[in-house]
Design a protein around this ligand. Structure first.
Ligand code: ADP
Ligand code: MG
Length: 346
């Protein structure tokens, strides 16, 4: 699982030694952080803004497989996917806590790698690491990240406020993370059967990165602000486009029309899905883990986003009675259903 460098047993350090070691280089840069690591609780001050909090639990064997996920990427991704939830509320992420449960198979060097990735993400997204918890785990690696952010009340975007006539938009492209996962799974199987065969991921960087190293779309939040567009509703795409659209429609009590031909799919995602005998549209609808933003905007804002390469209008919001529909490339009408992750993933 790790490389050949010499390993340090965590028992040598003890819990306090480990925390001290991991957090010694942590610096605080956010004006909203009054006190970070080092007391019984961190202290924050958002002076009049609303506070946003979101938390995620990541379990080895359920959410990640260390046979192909590098630890540094794991630390990075754990932070990213959590920050994505703050951006999905149209907020500014400012702090995280990072908690970790470690089974005896993890040496210090492994934990250092996880932390390295987590701290790279903190730096990149300009958030302070302000605390966490550290414990032994009976089995497997456990990570839990909580992200904290803030927003002016009028800027917060809920899932429940899409309106009839709004345009349905998505950032980036979809399905790549799922197809990347299929590639990694295939290479893992080949490796398990014959450990002498090296993984063949040649030329597949984009989709492998979409799976291993997703990027929370803070840039889209900033872009929308610069364009003076406030989404009427927003959600991040963690479970697949279909599931997220249904969340917005249910919570807002509206219907929608989604046009299959408009769904943004990268050519590499498309071709690789085809090679696997998968329908690229299904990968986008049900794959998940793309961490793009799905949002609705008033029709009158169309001119403001028109021509933005990273934003695609994929449909519009209708009255609830019209149903939640996808118009296929051949013009057939399908009801949108969320397969959910148990139906689709292993
Ligand atoms: P307590 O016994 O009150 O839980 P700890 O000894 O666990 O205190 O933590 C001491 C300090 O170190 C706290 O500020 C806590 O937030 C921080 N801390 C503990 N584990 C981590 C971690 N994995 N990452 C960052 N900070 C941590
Ligand atoms: Mg503790």
């Amino acid at each position: 699982m790790f490389d050949n460098r010499e390993k340090t047993d965590l028992n040598k350090l003890g819990e306090f030694g480990l925390i001290q070691h991991l957090t010694q280089s942590v610096e605080i840069s956010q004006p909203t952080t009054v006190k970070g690591i080092g007391d019984d609780a961190a202290v924050l001050d958002f002076s009049g803004k609303k506070t946003l909090i979101s938390t995620d639990l990541l379990l080895e064997g359920i959410h990640f497989d260390l046979r192909y996920v590098p630890l540094k990427h794991l630390g990075y991704k754990a932070v990213q996917v959590n920050l994505s939830d703050i951006y999905a509320m149209n907020g500014i992420a400012s702090q995280i806590t990072f908690s970790i449960g470690l089974s005896s198979k993890f040496p210090l060097e492994a934990v250092e790698e996880i932390y390295e990735g987590a701290l790279i993400a903190c730096k990149k997204f300009n958030v302070d690491l302000i605390g966490g918890d550290t414990s032994a785990s009976a089995q497997g690696l456990v990570l839990s990240v909580t992200s904290i952010g803030y927003a002016d009340e009028q800027n917060i975007t809920y899932r429940s406020t899409a309106r009839e006539g709004d345009l349905l938009c998505v950032s980036g492209d979809l399905g790549g993370a799922y197809v990347g996962l299929q590639l990694l799974e295939r290479e893992k199987q080949i490796f398990l059967e014959n450990p002498n065969i090296q993984p063949d991921l040649e030329g597949k960087d984009y989709i492998v990165e979409r799976q291993l190293k997703p990027e929370a779309r803070k840039d889209i939040i900033e872009l929308l602000e610069a364009l003076h567009v406030k989404p009427t509703a927003m959600i991040d795409v963690s479970d697949g486009l279909a599931s997220e659209i249904l969340h917005i429609c249910k919570d807002s009590n509206v219907g929608c029309k989604l046009y299959e031909e408009k769904i943004p799919i990268d050519p590499m995602t498309y071709e690789t899905a085809r090679d696997f005998g998968l329908d690229p549209t299904v990968c986008a609808l049900s794959g998940g883990e793309d961490y793009e933003l799905l949002f609705t905007i008033p029709q009158s804002d169309y001119d403001k986003i028109k021509g933005q390469l990273d934003i695609t209008v994929i449909g519009h919001i209708t009255e609830p009675e019209a149903g939640r529909l996808m118009i296929s490339k051949s013009g057939n009408v399908h009801e949108i259903t969320a397969q959910g992750w148990n139906a689709f993933k292993k």
